[in-house]
Structure formats: structure tokens, C-alpha cells
Design a protein around this ligand. Structure first.
Ligand SMILES: Cc1cc2nc3c(=O)[nH]c(=O)nc-3n(C[C@H](O)[C@H](O)[C@H](O)COP(=O)(O)O)c2cc1C
Length: 165
């Protein structure tokens, strides 16, 4: 992989699926990871998470994030991953998009969901007008079918790296 781009995976994960896919990709293509962590994130994993999370989406909240330990502008290729929340990307990503301008970067977008990606990828693209979105993907019920999802993620990432050769 002589021409392999310097790659970062930026993601938020509430229950582990998006982290699982991010880890699989990072392992496969030797990428760095920046996990977005919300300072006062929701504590419950019960039904209340839908009420709490849904409200955040409808109110277009940008929750405070813990400091980043990587600078996305140091990278050539950036994967951005999110769970689908109320048909779009999670609020932590809104904070990220407000904070970091990814000009002239190659970007690969992915989301994890239970029913469908809805408008998640399209909504992320609207926030990334200065960058070049070169690929997109979505993963369904990741932790119920980890092996297949991990394999799909690795094949996808390898194909993207192949574009740089
Ligand atoms: C607040 C909230 C809203 C959700 N809304 C959707 C949705 O609109 N469509 C969908 O397919 N899944 C929805 N889900 C399910 C998650 O997208 C799915 O479980 C995803 O894999 C979670 O990723 P994570 O484990 O990285 O947090 C929602 C989950 C939460 C907590």
C-alpha cells in the first residue's frame, strides 16, 4: 500500500455498532480513529433513549464534545460514521460539522441502523460541500450479525483504498 492515503475514521457511537464498524475498517486499512464523545451523553439504553435522542434531533441540538485527540486536517482521506437517529445523523456529528471544515478532503460516509439509512447520508453530504465524497455505505443490525458486517466493512474500505493506487 505504497500510495495509501493518510486516513482517519471519525465516528460517534451510542451503543457500539458504529464503533464496531470503525474498528474493523481501522484494522483493515491501518487508519487512525477519532471517536466523538458527548460530554453529557444520555445514560439510559432503555426506551427513553428514543425520546431523548429524538428530541435532540428535532431541536437540532449540537451537544458539547470532549476535546479531539486528532486533527482531521492532518489527513487526506476521512471516513465519517454515525448511527441513524430519527432518520438522520446523530447530534454529535452536527457539532463536528460546525467545528471542523473539511476542505479538499476525500470523504467516505457510512451509517449504522436497524430499519434503513433514510436521509442520513444525504444530510451529511449537505454539511460537506467543500469536500469530495467518494463513497458511501450503510450497515444494518451490525451487532446481530457482526461477522458479515465486519467483512462488508473491510471489503468496502479496501475498495476505497484501491482508488488511490
Ligand atoms: C435516538 C435513536 C433514534 C433512532 N432512530 C433510528 C431510525 O430513525 N432508523 C433506524 O433505522 N434506526 C434508528 N435507531 C437505531 C440505531 O440507528 C441503530 O441501533 C444503530 O445501529 C446504533 O448505532 P450505535 O450502536 O453505533 O449507537 C435509533 C436509535 C436511537 C438511540
Amino acid at each position: 500500500m505504497n500510495n495509501a492515503p493518510k486516513t482517519l475514521i471519525v465516528f460517534y457511537s451510542f451503543e457500539g455498532s458504529t464503533r464496531f464498524i470503525s474498528d474493523a475498517i481501522a484494522q483493515e486499512i491501518k487508519a487512525d480513529i477519532l471517536e466523538l464523545k458527548v460530554r453529557d451523553d444520555i445514560k439510559t439504553k432503555g426506551f427513553m433513549k428514543y425520546i431523548w435522542g429524538g428530541k435532540q434531533i428535532f431541536q437540532k441540538k449540537s451537544p458539547e464534545l470532549l476535546p479531539f485527540d486528532k486533527d482531521p486536517n492532518d489527513y487526506e482521506l476521512i471516513f465519517i460514521g454515525t448511527p441513524v437517529w430519527a432518520f438522520t445523523y446523530a447530534p454529535a456529528l452536527r457539532t463536528f460539522f460546525n467545528k471542523i471544515k473539511l476542505n479538499d478532503k476525500k470523504v467516505a460516509l457510512f451509517c449504522c441502523h436497524e430499519w434503513g439509512p433514510a436521509k442520513t447520508i444525504g444530510d451529511m453530504k449537505k454539511e460537506l460541500e467543500g469536500s469530495d465524497v467518494i463513497s458511501e455505505n450503510d450497515f444494518v443490525n451490525v451487532l446481530k450479525n457482526p461477522q458479515q458486517n465486519s467483512l462488508n466493512a473491510k471489503i468496502w474500505a479496501d475498495n476505497i483504498i484501491g482508488m488511490f493506487k
